[in-house]
Design a protein. Structure first.
Length: 238
């Protein structure tokens, strides 16, 4: 759904907010405010990406689906970034899909237009390339995390990251959905979430996870959360 919104709301995405005024003003006529629904597929694997999204308070999972239908998250995008990186790197398609995990708002721009603006060079190109590096760091660190760290620590990292992306401690997520994103059985997530709940760190009720003790959750999370967060802040400068 397309809605007319003011430039102030559009700039709530951290990438857009980091652009110099003149760069942002050039993009502004091409940006559309859209509402994203849970489970909405923004682009499919092996199909051309026609639109790029800059989330405001929504969260999008970048996922890979195997031949047997299993889905695993390889990246998470919220108000810090953009969905559609292959567009600026010259690829019209990719092996991943972009699926809305937490519903909310985003700014949408035609992929061809963004590609033209990116190829002008200047601040927009430099900013988006730094974001690509930040996403590379996220994917690389997550690969290490999924191989070496406990499910409880991984769940804590994931919840903290999702919370940062929407700037809220209330996450409308089911344990089944989280299990798909982490690539584990639902029973494993249930046990890990139960442990966090018993410690008073989170609560879970009817598809809503609430972080009650953020410091406690950070203490349980592995170092990957802080490393990824610090790298993002270093590269984007906000």
């Amino acid at each position: 759904m397309l809605i007319n919104k003011t430039p102030t709301i559009m700039r709530e995405n951290r990438l857009l907010a980091s652009l110099p005024a003149y760069e942002y003003e050039r993009l502004l006529p091409h940006l559309k405010f859209v509402s994203l629904s849970s489970g909405q597929v923004l682009y499919h694997a092996e199909e051309p990406i026609t639109q790029v999204y800059f989330p405001k308070n929504s969260v999008v999972s970048i996922v890979i689906t195997t031949e047997n239908g299993s889905t695993v998250e390889v990246g998470l995008v919220g108000n810090e970034g953009m969905v559609g990186i292959p567009v600026i790197l010259g690829g019209k398609t990719t092996t991943t899909s972009g699926v809305v995990q937490i519903p909310g708002d985003a700014m949408q721009i035609n992929a061809d237009i963004l590609k033209i603006e990116f190829e002008r060079g200047g601040p927009l190109q430099k900013l988006l390339l730094r974001y690509v590096q930040a996403m590379y760091a996220q994917v690389s660190q997550a690969a290490v995390c999924n191989r070496l760290h406990t499910l409880e620590a991984r769940l804590a990292r994931w919840l903290l990251t999702a919370s940062d992306r929407i700037q809220s401690d209330k996450l409308p997520l089911t344990q089944e959905y989280i299990s798909h994103m982490l690539g584990v059985r639902r029973s494993g997530v249930t046990v890990a979430a139960g442990t966090l709940s018993e410690q008073g760190i989170i609560s879970y009720h009817r598809g809503l996870i609430t972080i009650l003790n953020r410091e406690g959750l950070e203490a349980i999370s592995c170092e990957c959360y802080r490393l990824i967060k610090d790298e993002l802040a270093r590269l984007l400068g906000n």
